[in-house]
Write a protein that binds this ligand. Sequence first.
Ligand SMILES: *Cc1c(COP(=O)(O)O)cnc(C)c1O
Length: 363
Amino acid sequence: MKPSDLAKPFVHSYPSYVPGRPIEDVARDMGLDPSGIIKLASNENPFGPSPMAVEAGKRALEQGQLYPDGGCYALRNRLARFHGLAPEQFVIGNGSNEVIELLGHVFLGPGDEVVMGKPEFVVYSLVAVLFGAKAVEVPLVGHRNDLSALARAVTPRTKLVIVATPNNPTGTANSPEELASFIRSLPGTAICVVDEAYSDFAGAPPDIRPLIREGRNVIGLRTFSKVYGLASLRVGYGYASAELATLLDRVRQPFNVNAIAQAAAIAALDDTGFSRRCVAETRSGLRRLEKGFADLGLEFVPSEANFILVRVGDGDRVFDALQRRGVIVRPVRSYGMPEWVRVTVGTPEQNERLLRELAAVVR
Ligand SMILES: *Cc1c(COP(=O)(O)O)cnc(C)c1O
């Protein structure tokens, strides 16, 4: 028998995640000089990682012969201090994407349902399908998660309800108050997953800690890939009750987070000045992009994240034309938004470049 005959049936139709295009890829394809290309496609931090995180990572690499601390002792303790929680309340993942998969390992099987928005970060539905569960998609209203519709979609088969706030790809947020009453309204048979990947950029970020203390079935997900500029190192985490965090921790690989990532993440948390400056720069970059889009007569979705959706007519065409000019953005046809592209906020120079090239392309 061929391997494909032996594979589990779902694999044949399993959609693969399509990431933002790497700079080197586009350079090869378009015959461009990579140094002239800017990538505003994956919501990375255009200011890079904190220099303190880089130093800490280099020092950790010098001990590269040793296995990392699989329990992430120092990072969990640093996070406990950061959030005012106990170290046992954290589970560290190879990116917060791994924590989503750990939730699948612990809670999902055939016949189970995962309730989520539409459009919504595609990894949620990928993980549902991976474990034979069904993704129940609830349309956003006004580009925002419709919390009461999400609550109505919950059935006795629902194991996970996932809400990203701010949301990806729309950048919109739900208020902390509406989120809290939504979580309190859910039955105890489902776990609410609050994806806080972009909460550092939000004006009023969610705070689920009171809900954890009340004993609600809720977990927050955070990442070092966005404001901390460490996407390449793959580190993120979940925080919840110690009971929930421990269940997830049980099914991870023994050394799922490497030592360079652990050391850099701790240093990134220590460098509060750097992250604060990045958030401030991102907010003013957002205002600049909004004004630029308005000047071009383009509709946009007001964002609370480090990216923004702009309506350009034919998203695929504009994506392609921008790429030829050395600017990589994200087409969102696969999210059911063929007229839009998603643009990550860059450095001030990158934002001006994007607006210049966009003006030339949509004219
Ligand atoms: C970027 C992003 C993450 C973070 O993923 P990592 O695996 O930590 O890099 C999580 N959720 C959403 C919605 C994101 O956009």
